[in-house]
Write a protein that binds this ligand. Structure first.
Ligand code: NCD
Length: 306
């Protein structure tokens, strides 16, 4: 049985197939409207979420399936001390597939080892967020037409931002992708990504502090929020939170085709005035997230649609 813990759980070919399926779903949603009738998705969310949980639920409903689950650890038996392994054993009796978000790195992996149904990591602490990466890849491929030959700026909290870690791991597998890592000194990409992923794969990258310096050369700018919940103290968060604010004036420094992506939620890092710029793609990205999760559910449940 297949689980999805990291974007690397799929080969580049498998990923291509998944993105093709997502594009077909986008074009012909009616073809897929009943293919998961009788199937159930469990969403086990021990950490807050709007997009990821609702996107999974919408994805299963769009396929004709049903959903069950919890959106808050406080309303689950975790408060009584139940382990994720016992919870997933139980949920395996109620559902055909599960998406789990947890504040502890590795919790969905522990669950997958005890599970009788496919488990999808929907975000584990500051570690990985593979389905956001699938969303990002689908958005980039659909709007740019390619996943190679790109200069990608990642900006903001590169230390705690799990979406950034997963996206870098996925993109190093494509040719001629260059990275510009834009962050304050304290929020640099962790060493295991810098040395273990970028350098290990001989990828060209540079680290800069000023967003303005990077903008002119980028094909794509991936903005992120400062991850307040992973800071040890509030003072550091307050000092860092408005370090980057992308506004209309900064957008003038960027090329006419530079896309702006953001996994959302946005706090202050993108001014609302940027939303009307045709290069702003972060709400389109939300829609792609539903298509790619539909494609992932079909793939993991091995549902064939002719
Ligand atoms: C992200 C996450 O949860 O890591 N949100 C999401 O799933 N789209 C990004 C974030 O919370 O900043």
């Amino acid at each position: 049985m297949k689980h999805i813990m990291s974007p690397l759980d799929m080969t580049v070919e498998e990923l291509d197939k998944l993105l093709d399926l997502a594009n077909d779903i986008e074009r012909h949603p009616e073809k897929y409207a009943h293919v998961c009738e009788g199937k159930r998705l469990a969403t086990l969310f021990y950490e807050p979420s709007t997009r990821t949980r609702l996107s999974f639920e919408a994805a299963m409903m769009n396929l004709g399936g049903k959903v069950l689950g919890f959106s808050d650890a406080g309303s689950s038996s975790a408060t009584k001390g139940e382990s994720v392994a016992d919870t997933i054993r139980t949920v395996s009796c109620y559902a055909d597939i599960a998406a789990m978000r947890h504040p502890k790195e590795g919790a969905p992996l522990v669950a997958s080892m005890a599970s009788r149904i496919p488990v999808i990591n929907a975000g584990d602490g500051g570690h990985q967020h593979p389905t956001q990466t699938l969303t990002d890849l689908l958005t980039i491929r659909s709007l740019k037409g390619r996943l190679n030959n790109l200069t990608i700026g990642l900006c903001g909290d590169l230390k705690f931002g799990r979406t950034v870690h997963s996206l870098i791991e996925a993109l190093v597998r494509y040719d001629n992708v260059k990275f510009v890592l834009i962050s304050p000194e304290e929020l640099r990409v962790p060493g295991y990504i810098r040395e273990g992923v970028l350098e290990k794969n001989n990828k060209e990258y540079k680290e800069v502090v000023r967003l303005e310096d990077a903008l002119p050369e980028l094909d794509l700018l991936y903005m992120t929020r400062v991850q307040r919940e992973r800071f040890f103290n509030e003072e550091d968060y307050v000092r860092m939170k408005d370090f980057y604010i992308l506004d209309a004036a900064k957008m003038e420094l960027a090329g006419p085709d530079m896309l702006v992506l953001h996994p959302l939620p946005r706090v202050n890092e993108i001014a609302v005035e940027v939303d009307n710029d045709p290069r702003a793609a972060y709400f389109k990205q939300v829609q792609y997230g539903v298509y790619v999760r539909m494609a992932l559910i079909l793939t993991l449940l091995e549902v064939e649609v002719c």
